[in-house]
Design a protein around this ligand. Structure first.
Ligand SMILES: [Mn+2]
Length: 328
């Protein structure tokens, strides 16, 4: 049964895992640190429980995450045989079934479906849904599973969970960080996490392509609504001229947000002739999830995204008006 709009508890989640033998794990498409970190940590946990496990993702692991031990174990969906059978499909950090990308048919034919996620917009599309929007990252929920199953956190696992927790909080700068969050971080340090090494690799090192796109985005920085809203654009021309691709622009949106007086911002990325991807950000108490959802996207209160199928100039105008409605 799908679309059951309730969340289940950790005990039911653990029992669901224990009751399966062949488990397939999948993170959301265009995976971020929380997606891959949670996926690899979950894979380690399920292996320790003696299960046969396959970890997949629609898109490849981002290059900056190659620092994680065993990242090569994340398989592409095309690596999975048509007739391969699984007892349980577990979706991680994935707010709805469409975010599974090409793994959707595998999900649909799995006899049992488990969803582990922290997005407030999660549609609870599994048979069992361990969904808690009060945590900063899906990695926090996977951490709880390690404790509930009484499985030791190895040094490799510390790197996965640190990646998950630090990525979704912008290296401990935002998100729902509470006492439990830092107790988990403290436990990772005790278990051997090399935080300096991984903090540098994940949060300080920048690809040259990122810097090239950043300079172009900053050149487009504009303000409306008495400086409460800022925005930047990246065009097809920018990508062609700098010989880069849109995926290198991840994180650029934050440069528009972290300016005095700015309440809300967006980065408009022209991903096709009539296709514009929007990254939306806000500071409390604003809500960009609502804006993204009204355009068919989704995300969190302070960080969300959507895509508009129209020319760049029109799309930017539409987004400016929608944001002004919400705060001016
Ligand atoms: Mn997440």
């Amino acid at each position: 049964m799908t679309n059951r709009k309730t969340s289940n508890n950790i005990q039911e989640t653990l029992e669901t895992i224990m009751g399966a033998q062949r488990i397939i794990l999948c993170a959301h498409l265009q995976p971020d640190g929380d997606a891959i970190g949670s996926l690899l940590a979950m894979k380690a946990l399920v292996e320790r429980l003696g299960k046969t496990v396959t970890a997949i993702c629609h898109d490849p692991v981002p290059k900056r995450l190659y620092v994680l031990p065993g990242w090569e174990d994340v398989q592409r969906i095309s690596d999975i045989r048509e007739d391969e059978q699984f007892d349980l499909f577990c979706a991680l950090d994935c707010s709805d079934a469409e975010r599974l990308g090409d793994a959707l048919p595998l999900f649909e034919r799995a006899p049992r479906k488990l969803v582990i996620d922290h997005h407030a917009s999660n549609t609870c599309y599994g048979d069992i849904n361990y969904v808690d929007s009060k945590v900063a990252a899906t990695g926090n929920l996977v951490f709880r599973l390690f404790e509930a199953a009484n499985i030791e956190i190895t040094t490799d696992v510390t790197t996965y969970l640190y990646t998950a927790l630090s990525s979704d909080t912008g290296n401990f700068a935002f998100g729902q960080m509470d006492e439990e969050f830092f107790i988990q971080i403290s436990t990772l340090l005790k278990a051997g996490l090399d935080i300096t090494k991984y903090s540098r690799a994940l949060h300080l090192i920048r690809e040259v392509d990122f810097i090239k796109l950043l300079s172009r985005a900053l050149a487009s920085l504009s303000f409306i609504c008495d400086g409460k809203i800022s925005y930047m654009c990246l065009t097809q021309h920018d990508f062609a001229q700098s010989e880069t691709t849109p995926d290198a622009a991840e994180g650029i949106v934050n440069y528009a947000l972290n300016l005095p007086g700015v309440q809300m911002c967006f980065l408009a990325t022209e991903t096709g002739k009539n296709q514009v991807k929007f990254n939306l950000r806000a500071i409390q108490p604003n809500d960009v999830a609502q804006i993204a959802t009204s355009f068919g996207g989704g995300g969190h209160l302070l960080a969300a995204g959507c895509t508009l199928e129209m020319p760049l100039e029109t799309a930017v105008q539409v987004m400016k008006e929608r944001m002004m409605q919400s705060i001016c």
